[in-house]
Design a protein around this ligand. Structure first.
Ligand code: APR
Length: 326
C-alpha cells in the first residue's frame, strides 16, 4: 500500500520541525520545499535538512523517505500539504503585522498547490493565520473541508501547559477546548476545562485560572520576546497532531481554523457570510469532517463575536492588498 505523502512548504523553523515530528511518528513520506536564497546559489537548505533528518532514521527507527526541493513538481500527489512559508514575528510585532508580506507568499504557494497537488488537504500555519487560511482557500478553490489552519492545537496546548504547571499535575490529565481566531483575542473556555472530569473551577481560584487564560493568549508573544523570533516546537507539534489525525483517520477533536457559517453565530456576526475561524473540529481522512458546536454563554459569545470581528478586519486588510481574493 502507498504511504501517505506529506509536503511541507517552507522548510524553516516550523517546517523543519514539522518534518522532524512527522518522520519520528512515521506518518508518511515527506517533501520539504523552500525557495533558493538569491545571493547564496550554492546552498540548498531543504535538501540539507532532508538529508540530515533522513540520517536520524536508523537511530529513531523510521523509514519515511524525506526529500528536499525547490521544485513544486515534487509535491505532486501529496495527500497533505502544510504551508509554513512566510515571515515569522520579531519582538514588538503582532501576527497581524505579517499580513503585508505573508499574504503574497501564501497566495503564490497556494497557486502552486492548486496546480501540483489538486487533491491534497491543506493545513496553513503561516500568520496571520485565519486570514492566510482564507487566502489558501480562495486561491486553491478547494472545498472548505480540505482547507484548515493550525492555531487551536497550539493555543490549547499552551493553555493546558500553564494550567498543569499551576496545579502541579500531568498535562495528560487536563482537558480543554478553545474558540476564536489565532490572536490575542482567542477564547479559552474555563467553563469547559476539567482535570480528568473535575471542573477546573473546583481546583483553582478564578484569578489563577484567568492568569493561565491570559498567558495562553499572549504565549506566542512571550516566546518571541525571549527568542527574537516566533515559537516553532509547539506550533510544529500542533500541526503534526492534525496531520496524524488525518493520515490515521483518527476522528480526533482538535480546535482548528475551519470554515463556519451558522456554527457559533459566525454568519450573524459577519454580515451573513461564512469565515475561517478556530472551532472544535473532527479531523479524519477527509479533512475537517465536522465542526462540533455547543451553546456559548453570554460572555463567551461576546468574546467569540469580538474574535470574529478581528478575523473579518484581517481578511478585509488582505483583500485590500489582493482585490482578486474578494
Ligand atoms: N515559498 C516557499 N517558501 C518560502 C517562501 C515562498 N514563496 N517565502 C518564504 N519561504 C520560506 C523561507 O525561506 C523560510 O525558510 O519560509 C520559511 C519560513 O521559515 P522561518 O523564517 O524559520 O519562519 P517560521 O518560524 O518557520 O514561521 C513560518 O509560520 O507560525 C507562522 O508566524 C509564523 O508566518 C510564520 C510562519
Amino acid at each position: 500500500m502507498r504511504r501517505a505523502k506529506i509536503s511541507i512548504i517552507g522548510a524553516g523553523n516550523i517546517g523543519g520541525t514539522c518534518a522532524h515530528w512527522a518522520a519520528a511518528k512515521e506518518l508518511g513520506d515527506i517533501v520539504l520545499l523552500d525557495i533558493q536564497i538569491k545571493d547564496k546559489p550554492e546552498l540548498h537548505m531543504p535538501k540539507g535538512k532532508a538529508l540530515d533528518l533522513a540520517c536520524c532514521g536508523p537511530i529513531e527507527n523510521f523509514d519515511s523517505r524525506i526529500t528536499g526541493t525547490f521544485d513544486y513538481a515534487d509535491i505532486a500527489d501529496s495527500d497533505i500539504v502544510v504551508i509554513t512559508a512566510g515571515m515569522p514575528r520579531k519582538p514588538g510585532m503582532s501576527r497581524d503585522d505579517l499580513v503585508q508580506v505573508n499574504a503574497g507568499i501564501v497566495k503564490n504557494v497556494s497557486e502552486n498547490v492548486k496546480k501540483y497537488a489538486p487533491n491534497s488537504i491543506v493545513i496553513v500555519v503561516s500568520n496571520p493565520l485565519d486570514a492566510m487560511v482564507y487566502v489558501a482557500w480562495k486561491t486553491t478553490g478547494f472545498p472548505t473541508h480540505r482547507v484548515m489552519g493550525q492555531a487551536g492545537a497550539l493555543d490549547v496546548a499552551r493553555y493546558k501547559t500553564f494550567l498543569a504547571m499551576e496545579l502541579g499535575v500531568s498535562v495528560e490529565d487536563i482537558q480543554g477546548i478553545l474558540l476564536g481566531g489565532h490572536g490575542d483575542d482567542m477564547v479559552p473556555l474555563p467553563r469547559l476545562t476539567s482535570v480528568n472530569g473535575i471542573p477546573i473551577h473546583d481546583l483553582l481560584p478564578a484569578a489563577k485560572i484567568q492568569a493561565c487564560v491570559d498567558r495562553a493568549k499572549v504565549g506566542g508573544g512571550e516566546i518571541v520576546k525571549l527568542m527574537g523570533t516566533s515559537a516553532f516546537y509547539a506550533p510544529a507539534s500542533g500541526t503534526i497532531e492534525m496531520v496524524e489525525a488525518i493520515v490515521r483517520d483518527k476522528k480526533r477533536i482538535i480546535p482548528c481554523a475551519a470554515w463556519c457559517e451558522d456554527q457559533f453565530g459566525v454568519k450573524a456576526a459577519n454580515n451573513g457570510k461564512g469565515l475561517f475561524v478556530g472551532v472544535p473540529c473532527v479531523l479524519g481522512s477527509k479533512g475537517v469532517e465536522k465542526v462540533l458546536t455547543f451553546t456559548m454563554n453570554a460572555e463567551e459569545k461576546k468574546f467569540m463575536d469580538e474574535s470574529i470581528n478581528h478575523v473579518k478586519d484581517l481578511i478585509a486588510a488582505t483583500v485590500k492588498l489582493f482585490p482578486d481574493l474578494a
